[in-house]
Design a protein around this ligand. Structure first.
Ligand SMILES: [Mn+2]
Length: 245
């Protein structure tokens, strides 16, 4: 199996289509198809902040439904799902743009896209082990001791990462650098924390290069382990990017 893992899209549909093109997918039909049967794997956070979250939902839903692609959810996906269930979630941190897109739709289209997303989310595993590639895909990553496990702790880790529950001086959740202490054999492919350049640390690769914050959208090919990016069309927001030692 040949996979192209794709980092946090956050509604950046034009960049996603450009990335597919760059990776050699034929995007002239309804769904992007690769001549060598490569499959895209979305590592979560499809929506929020970007210009076309609904377009991204529809595309990923169809790819997964037709077994042409894979998806694991991110924290933004989890929140959108809870919003669509009617739970009392705060419509901010980007969710407001996706909600506005839904509210601007005809009722039938709104229902259709809401249902698509809910199906996509409900059917998705929290993270996915791909033994033939020696890889594990999880939105915010996963610690070695949690691989193969389920439960609340796993869910919180793969959606939010290793957090302390505290905030930093800019009001961002304090994130612990789990990758620095990861010594597993499997490659962990993840996103969630925007970085200017894809970050390879031990056997982990963070491919969230902050497309929605004006940097670039990145894919990582397996088994080749090569990185491919297209530039963002969004304004650059420097303070959203983390640097690591
Ligand atoms: Mn995220």
């Amino acid at each position: 199996m040949k996979i192209d893992f794709i980092g946090d899209v956050h509604g950046c549909l034009p960049e996603l289509l450009e990335l597919f093109s760059k990776l050699g997918y034929d995007i002239s039909n309804r769904l992007p198809i690769h001549p060598e049967n490569r499959r895209p794997f979305f590592i979560g956070d499809l929506t929020d902040r970007g210009p076309d979250s609904l377009g991204v939902i529809e595309l990923v839903y169809r790819l997964v439904e037709e077994e042409l692609g894979f998806y694991v959810p991110g924290n933004h996906c989890d929140k959108l799902y809870r919003y669509l269930l009617g739970n009392n979630v705060q419509v901010k941190h980007g969710l407001e743009t996706t909600v506005a897109e839904l509210q601007n739709c005809e009722p039938n289209k709104r229902r259709k896209l809401s249902n698509m997303f809910m199906q996509l989310y409900k059917k998705a595993p929290l993270y996915k082990q791909i033994p033939e590639l020696g890889a594990v895909a999880a939105h915010a990553g996963i610690k070695e001791s949690l691989i193969g496990k389920e439960g609340k702790k796993v869910k919180s880790f793969v959606l939010y990462g290793d957090t302390t529950g505290e905030m930093d001086e800019l009001g961002r959740p304090v994130r612990l650098d789990w990758a620095k202490h990861y010594h597993g054999k499997d490659w962990i492919i993840y996103g969630h924390t925007p970085v200017l350049e894809a970050r390879v640390m031990h056997h982990t690769i963070n491919i969230d290069t902050g497309c929605v914050f004006g940097n670039k959208l990145t894919a990582c090919r397996f088994p080749e382990q090569s990185l491919h990016s297209v530039p963002s069309q969004q304004p650059f927001v420097e303070e959203k990017f983390r640097s690591f030692d």
